[in-house]
Design a protein around this ligand. Structure first.
Ligand code: APR
Length: 274
C-alpha cells in the first residue's frame, strides 16, 4: 500500500498528540481470537448473551467464570506481536501518545505500553460481584509454580472451551460473594473514568489511529468519531472495510502486525519499529 502508507506516515510524523485506538484485531496475530471474524470469532462460536452479561453470570457463575479463566490462560500463553511493539515505538517517539483499548488482554502492557486507557476492563482484574473488592488472580493465589491450567484450559487454537468440570468462582475475601471477571459485559456501563479519559484524549488529539476494530460496539465506537468531528485525521488499520471507512483520511488494508511496523518506519525511517 505504497501511496496510502506514505500519506499515513506523513500524518503520523506530523502528529504531536496521537491517539491509538485498538480492538481485538490488534491481538489476532498473537493467537488471541477476535469476536466477529468469520469462523474464528468468539461470537461465531458462543452466544454473548450466555457468557458476557450480568444475567449470564447470575444464572451460572461457574460457566461464565470458567470461560473467562480459559480466555485468560490463552492470553497468558500468547505473546505481544510486532503490532504491539510498533504502538510502543509510536509512544517512544511521541510521549503525548494516548493508547485506548477495547481489549481485555494484557498484550499492550507486555508489548511496552504500560497503562493503556481500558474501556472494557481487563481479564487480569477480577473483583467481587457484590462489594467490588479487587480479588487476586487465581494463579497468584494458588501455590507458587502451580501452573496447571484449570480443567477448562483453552483449546490449542486458543479457542476457550467452557469448563468441563466445575470451576466455581472464588469467594470474595471480604464479603464471601462470588468473584467476577473484571471486564465490562453487555448492558453494563463503561468505567466512567476510562470513558472520560478516552473522550478527552480523542477530542484533543491531532491524529487518531484506529487498529483492529469492527467499530460496532458503542460507546467505544464513538471514540474515532469524536476525533474526526474535531478535525483530527483518522487512519485505519484493518484487513477489511468497517463503518469507520467513511471518516478515514487513510485506510491501510492489512494486518496490524505487518502494517504498524511499516507505518512507524514510513513516519520515522530511523525508528526501531518494534
Ligand atoms: N490486524 C488488524 N485487524 C484485524 C486483524 C489483524 N491481524 N484480524 C482481524 N482484524 C479486524 C477484523 O477485520 C475486525 O474488523 O479486527 C476487527 C475485530 O473486530 P471484533 O472481533 O468485533 O472486535 P472489536 O472491534 O474489538 O469488538 C469490540 O465487542 O464483544 C465486544 O467487548 C467486546 O471489546 C469488544 C467489542
Amino acid at each position: 500500500t505504497g501511496p496510502e502508507l506514505a500519506e499515513a506516515g506523513r500524518l503520523l510524523a506530523a502528529a504531536r498528540r496521537p491517539v491509538v485506538f485498538t480492538g481485538a484485531g490488534m491481538s489476532a496475530e498473537s493467537g488471541v481470537p477476535t469476536f466477529r471474524d468469520a469462523q474464528t470469532g468468539l461470537w461465531q462460536r458462543y452466544d454473548p448473551q450466555e457468557l458476557a452479561t450480568p444475567a449470564a453470570f447470575r444464572a451460572d457463575p461457574a460457566l461464565v467464570w470458567g470461560w473467562y479463566e480459559a480466555r485468560r490462560h490463552g492470553v497468558r500463553r500468547a505473546r505481544p506481536n510486532p503490532g504491539h511493539r510498533a504502538v510502543a515505538a509510536i509512544r517512544a517517539r511521541c510521549p503525548e501518545t494516548v493508547v485506548i483499548t477495547q481489549n481485555v488482554d494484557d498484550l499492550h502492557e507486555r508489548g511496552g505500553v504500560p497503562a493503556p486507557v481500558r474501556l472494557h476492563g481487563s481479564l487480569f482484574a477480577p473483583r467481587c460481584s457484590a462489594c467490588a473488592r479487587p480479588a487476586p488472580i487465581p494463579e497468584d493465589a494458588a501455590a507458587p509454580g502451580d501452573d496447571t491450567p484449570p480443567g477448562n484450559a483453552a483449546a490449542p487454537d486458543g479457542m476457550p472451551e467452557p469448563h468441563d468440570g466445575p470451576l466455581t468462582p472464588p469467594a470474595c475475601a471480604g464479603c464471601g460473594a462470588p468473584v467476577r471477571p473484571g471486564v465490562v459485559w453487555f448492558g453494563e456501563a463503561l468505567p466512567s473514568a476510562a470513558l472520560d479519559a478516552a473522550v478527552e484524549a480523542a477530542a484533543g488529539c491531532d491524529l487518531l489511529l484506529t487498529v483492529g476494530t469492527s467499530a460496532l460496539v458503542h460507546p467505544a465506537a464513538e471514540i474515532p468519531l469524536v476525533a474526526a468531528r474535531l478535525g483530527a485525521p483518522v487512519v485505519q488499520v484493518n484487513p477489511v472495510p468497517t463503518p469507520l471507512d467513511a471518516i478515514c483520511a487513510v485506510n491501510l488494508r492489512g494486518p496490524a502486525g505487518e502494517v504498524l511496523p511499516a507505518l512507524v518506519r514510513a513516519a520515522w525511517p530511523d525508528a526501531d519499529a518494534g
